[in-house]
Design a protein around this ligand. Structure first.
Ligand SMILES: O=C(O)C1=C[C@@H](OP(=O)(O)O)[C@@H](O)[C@H](O)C1
Ligand SMILES: C=C(OP(=O)(O)O)C(=O)O
Length: 436
């Protein structure tokens, strides 16, 4: 149980560099493993999810060394992985599981993937079914982990239309497609984060997205070469402080080296549309754009988001709910049913936790409606992450608006994506409330 910091007198102040991006850290490890020669990842995210990927790749015979946020991988090429004697434990990481499914489906050996209780409830048929059209043989238990992958030669994907707007499913297919004998084409439902495409091209692959933004062509059997990759700061981690600075009066913060890939900047757009005080300065980028984001407190307007807005803000929707809870008027979030398939059913957990603040939030099948008034009436001071890192951190940000003392149960879940979260938050607080 963690005691949360309540209303800091002068708001959040100062400059912070958030840790490396989780999505890019996973992908950097995997691509390093299947490239020839050495890959170095700088500013790698040493959080539980990425460490699950790192350990799994070691079990698959790859020599990987980590010194805090610097990782060195001795790649063995596209056909250099070897069978693991033990099941691969993917922990809590959906991204690691789905991407590994695509990567391992085309290998010459069998693999078994397991995970924790939350991951074992998450849908895996979404990768099994499209991979099966490429000839993959993957067994699930009722659509869930454990996953048994019978490695075999794959066929190309021929204009495969993705059924869900999911970068994880897209990336699984791309990692399978590079192992096929001929070129593959897949068609996204909506554009989603494109880190796999960018990184594969940086390692010597050839993945092209057509002008429609949805049709992706993958050339087979690339000769991938190890690279030096600097992982940009995680926009999804920066988002907690962007939200905190927006809703805590007096705040003025600067976040540096934040990844600004346009498929990830949905929260910046949301804040701008809500009347937030946000300034973005782009920096020189290598492969992935990055820059500095300055955020000051502002009074916010309500917002409506629909299906096409969702992918670029999918992991920030708990924060969108919190922002909407401070805006004067009714916000509608629709087309976000994917939230039900995350670490928790995030529609349910967002509603449960925000109702503890007295927020007028109503659950919908595909999102929620919030009548924000800003004058919350705390109903219960004990918040719960429900084992979901993003819900826990969202409630720690909410607590910054309150004058009452509150606590967070199951706060360890935060280690999944942001072990340094409370330290970084303290760094932005005026000295008199630090370590309160
Ligand atoms: O590809 C990725 O790295 C991720 C994609 C998203 O999932 P979906 O693509 O399944 O929506 C996101 O929620 C997750 O945190 C990371
Ligand atoms: C949904 C998330 O991650 P994953 O799907 O990789 O578990 C997340 O980080 O919010």
């Amino acid at each position: 149980m963690q005691t949360l910091t309540s209303r800091p007198a002068t708001g959040l102040q100062g400059t912070l560099t958030v840790p490396g991006d989780k999505s890019i850290s996973h992908r950097g490890l995997m691509l390093g493993a299947i490239s020839m020669g050495q890959t170095t990842l700088t500013n790698f995210l040493p959080a539980d999810d990425c460490l699950s990927t790192l350990t799994a790749l070691q079990q698959l015979g790859i020599d990987i060394n980590r010194d805090d946020t610097t990782v060195t991988i001795q790649g063995r090429g596209l056909h250099g992985l070897t069978a693991s004697a033990q099941p691969l434990d993917m922990g809590n990481a959906g991204t690691a599981t789905r991407l590994m499914a695509g990567l391992l489906a085309g290998q010459t050996f069998d693999s078994t993937l397991v995970g924790d209780a939350s991951l074992s409830q998450r849908p895996m048929a979404r990768v099994q079914q499209p991979l099966a059209t490429m000839g993959a043989e993957i067994d699930l238990t009722d659509g869930h982990l454990p996953m048994h992958i019978h490695g075999r030669s794959l066929m190309a994907a021929d204009h495969y239309p993705l059924q869900v707007a999911s970068a994880q499913v897209k990336s699984a297919l791309i990692l399978a497609a590079i192992q096929a004998p001929t070129a593959s084409t897949i068609i996204e439902k909506l554009p989603t984060r494109d880190h796999t495409e960018r990184l594969l091209n940086a390692f010597g692959g050839d993945v092209q997205t057509a002008a429609d933004g949805r049709t992706i062509t993958i050339q087979p059997q690339p000769k991938l070469q190890g690279q030096a990759v600097t992982v940009p700061g995680d926009m999804s981690s920066a988002a907690f402080f962007m939200t905190a600075a927006s809703i805590v009066p007096g705040s003025n913060i600067r976040l540096t080296q934040v990844g600004l890939n346009p498929t990830r900047t949905g929260l910046l757009n949301v804040l701008q549309r809500m009347g937030g005080d946000v300034t973005v300065t782009s920096a020189k980028s290598v492969g992935e754009p990055l820059g500095t984001v300055t955020v000051k407190a502002a009074s916010l307007n309500p917002i409506d988001l629909g299906a096409e807005d969702i992918p670029a803000v999918i992991d920030e929707l708990p924060l969108v709910a919190l922002l909407a809870a401070t805006a004067d008027g009714v916000s509608h979030i629709t087309g976000a049913e994917e939230l039900r398939f995350k670490e928790t059913d995030r529609i349910a957990t967002i509603v449960t936790e925000l109702q503890k603040l007295g927020v007028a939030i109503t659950e919908q099948p595909d999102g929620f409606t919030i009548d924000g008034r800003g004058d919350w009436q705390l109903q219960t001071p004990v918040f719960d992450s429900h084992g979901d890192h993003r819900i826990g951190m969202m409630m720690a940000v909410a607590a910054l608006r309150l004058t009452e003392t509150t606590t967070l149960a199951d706060e360890a879940a935060i280690n999944i994506s942001y072990p340094r979260f409370f330290t970084d938050l303290q760094h932005l607080l005026p000295t008199e409330v630090r370590n309160a």
